[in-house]
Design a protein around this ligand. Sequence first.
Ligand code: GLC
Length: 447
Amino acid sequence: MSAVQQCLQQLQADFALSAAQLAAIIGAFLHDMEEGINGRPSSLAMLPSFLTKPAGSEKGVFLALDFGGTNVRVLLAELTGKGKYTILARHNVLLADPVKGYDYTSSSATAADLFGFLADQLALIASPDKIYLLGHTFSFPCRQTGINESFLLYWTKEIKTAGVEGQNIAELLRQALFSRSLFHIHPVVIANDTVSALLAAAYQDTYADIGSICGTGHNTCYLEPSGHIQPMYINIESGNFDKLPGNRYDTLLDKASSRPGAAMLEKRCAGRYIGELLRLVLVDMIQEKILFSGSCPPFLRNEHSLTGKDVAVLQHAADKPEQTAAWLASHSSQLISTAGDQQLLQTAAKLIAERSARLAAATYAAVLKRIDPSLDYRHTIAIDGSLYEKLPGYAAAIAAALQELLGNKSKQVKCILAKDGSGIGAAIAAATTHSCAKGTVPVTHAY
Ligand code: GLC
């Protein structure tokens, strides 16, 4: 067997997940859900959202702020009822932009810097002569004590902004709006992005009861039927699930991360990490002199120099050697690659992407098992995020894994892309929490 073939075999052993491994993951995930929801120590925080299913008839104009970790999106949406809406205005901006010379995600940025920046983005689309109710999607683990009181437990996705952990996020935003005299913007609700994505889907589809993000981060929420008063969306914080098989690349990535030992599922699944996993695999092959004749091109020397986008490009290039060559040329003009090199790159990207999709599917199967053990009912899983939307083969791999895990009952389950769900869902959240849900109203003094 050639060195390349041996390496391909090893990659398969490192990243492929058998049906038996997925079944064990489902069992362990279910166990951790049960422990978490009962307040016992668990890798799954199972955080209450205080939100429940929308009626679908909510109406009005609402402002939404979607803070995910890579971008900030603000939008003005008009909900017209019957599950329909129109986006009246929108504005997207990066949280860190080396070209413009700012980074609100680093430890040198303060809470006031970050939330001031968020307030400034809202001011761009909120006209000063109207009052707006604002729904805020904040895509991090928070302990909520009410619909508009939410304390950040810890940062994830390698964000490090100082002075935010432990704080009431709603209060930080209120202060920033106040200090800019933006009295016409009234934050009324804060929700995790999984919950917003699910709300966006449930506004149109009564079967939607699981929401998930497969993007920079990875997480899932669902409608827990056994709420004390009424069913409630629970943010599982599934990215922190930790009973998973791993390989030496997972260990390396974890050790170099800002929170070693935490976010183990996210580190195998999410866009923030899968590029780095690919880089670690490639560097290892180079050190073993199997790839690029053992010479490491400069673009592979720095941590996180590859991103989820690189995984997507290489995955897309499967069976198209010229695309892999073009990808290499765009990173390093001097690099000469062989057909074997190209096959290794494509296979590594494909296996990493497939493992991510299969792990996500296993957690969805676990949630389904909790809410409907014999799958007697229909369910829609609403998924937002760049991997689900843009990574070639990703959505299909989730669907295939669900079919493998649920058998013919998988026809009860539909996965949909909840595009922009985390933004529009915040507007819907604002509508559901406002009893007369009328949207913009004349200016009065707000604070
Ligand atoms: C991270 C956050 C989680 C969020 C997910 C997707 O896992 O901890 O709250 O939902 O990223 O953005």
